[in-house]
Design a protein around this ligand. Structure first.
Ligand code: HBI
Length: 104
């Protein structure tokens, strides 16, 4: 069961998920990723898809060539929840180890 983010968590997003920004038009967080090419972007999306299935929480996303934009929100609570933070942190943990062009 997802829990809607509290006001304290909302004002602390910069610490909890520093790479993600609040969407301006809805109650969601978003992050844009740039890869070396489409193949790398698609490989990343495949890894995120497997992760999402495991967590039973799914991204809304958009891809053009080397760019992937992800938005996370929770339909079940009508806005951002702890499950969005969990998925965002798990996605961040995929980077950079599994993405050659994003390795340090
Ligand atoms: N993914 N982003 C997101 N939001 C949800 O509310 C959600 C989901 N994946 C599965 C899921 N809910 C299930 O718990 C069912 O409600 C379908």
């Amino acid at each position: 069961m997802a829990t809607r983010l509290t006001d304290a968590e909302r004002s602390n997003l910069g610490t909890l998920v520093p790479q993600w920004t609040p969407a301006l038009d809805r109650d969601a967080i978003r992050r844009e990723f740039k890869f070396a090419n489409f193949s790398e972007a698609w490989g990343f999306m495949s890894r995120v898809a497997l992760l999402a299935e495991k967590l039973d929480h799914h991204p809304e996303w958009f891809n053009v060539w080397n760019t992937v934009r992800i938005e996370l929100t929770t339909h079940d609570v009508g806005g951002m929840s702890d499950r969005d933070l969990e998925l965002a942190q798990a996605i961040d943990a995929l980077i950079p180890a599994s993405v050659p062009s994003m390795a340090p």
